[in-house]
Write a protein that binds this ligand. Structure first.
Ligand SMILES: [Zn+2]
Length: 58
């Protein structure tokens, strides 16, 4: 059973490619559409991923 979903839009891998990433020892997935958010606006994801608000954007 595959419960992997994009942390932002909940798209699963049947709908779009998902990229796996680790944060604070936990495993998350993000769809290709939202990878730029993770890269450039990571600190806007604090509501979804506690601690992410403290990440410095590149
Ligand atoms: Zn997404």
């Amino acid at each position: 059973m595959n419960n992997n979903k994009c942390v932002i839009c909940s798209t699963d891998s049947s709908q779009a490619p998902l990229i796996k990433f680790d944060f604070k020892g936990k495993e998350y997935h993000i769809c290709t559409q939202h990878i730029p958010v993770l890269i450039h606006k990571a600190n806007q994801l604090g509501d979804i991923l506690p601690g992410m608000e403290n990440v410095e954007n590149g």
